[in-house]
Write a protein that binds this ligand. Structure first.
Ligand code: NI
Length: 242
């Protein structure tokens, strides 16, 4: 059930028997020579849409911008400052809370969002104590089922940024956008991340440690199925303990 495709009456009806919502959050940032700028948003959106259908759960519009400062050396990247992202999450949650939502499950596609989103949860607990709100931040690429399959399938080629798994998911989600540009070297270098210009110097094509030319839509379908089952399980556990 997508919030954006409901009428307010349908949302009111939903809230008579449920108070949970799934909120996909990603980024708009470079993902190497053949990864889409929208990768980090497309992946959690795809998983969330399928979880929503399976559990009859409300899915909020995706937050398509994240904290991507270190990717600003590459055109197309749009970054929020950490404080902006914290305020954005707070305002979204506060709005939904007014209407009766209490269980907020954030499905995240971007590592740079973890600290600001977790800080937003802390702010919400501090400013709205006893509100009955509960939060969970789930990073899809760290789901045990997904990690195990990806490790077995790709080993070190998976990498840290512009990974095979995320590019595969986008190729499954939107097949006509799949790109097949060459990547040299085959597996990108790894190393620390500092500021945007240092990032571009160390990782000139935008990848970190990955070989995304191995990405394909069939693997994306498999990863999506694993992630959807795992998120459904996590969500039901989250609700059960409320
Ligand atoms: Ni990504």
């Amino acid at each position: 059930m997508r919030l954006a495709h409901c009428t307010w009456l349908e949302v009111e009806t939903y809230l008579r028997h449920a108070d949970g919502i799934l909120i996909p959050i990603g980024s708009t940032e470079q993902h190497g020579p053949n990864g889409l700028v929208g990768t980090d948003t497309i992946c959690p959106e795809l998983i969330a849409e399928n979880v929503g259908k399976r559990l009859d759960l409300m899915v909020a519009p995706a937050i398509a911008y994240g904290m991507s400062q270190h990717h600003m050396g590459f055109p197309g990247t749009i970054s929020l400052r950490p404080t902006t992202l914290i305020k954005l999450v707070i305002d979204i949650v506060r709005s939904l809370h007014v209407h009766g939502f209490r269980n907020f499950f954030f499905l995240n596609g971007h590592g740079g969002n973890i600290a600001p989103v977790t800080s937003a949860f802390g702010e919400l607990h501090a400013t709205l104590p006893s509100s009955g709100m509960r939060f969970l931040l789930c990073n899809w690429w760290l789901l045990p089922e997904v990690k195990a399959w990806v490790n077995k399938q790709y080993g070190e080629d998976e990498g840290m940024h512009a990974t095979i798994s995320e590019v595969s998911l986008t190729q499954y989600a939107i097949p006509h956008t799949a790109k097949h540009y060459p990547c040299t070297p085959e597996r990108a270098p790894t190393g620390p991340i500092h500021d945007a210009s240092d990032f571009r110097r160390r990782f000139p094509d935008g990848r970190i440690g990955s070989a995304p030319q191995r990405a394909n839509a069939d693997d994306g379908k498999k990863i999506c199925e694993l992630a959807v089952s795992a998120v459904c399980r996590q969500y039901l556990e989250f609700i059960k303990t409320s």
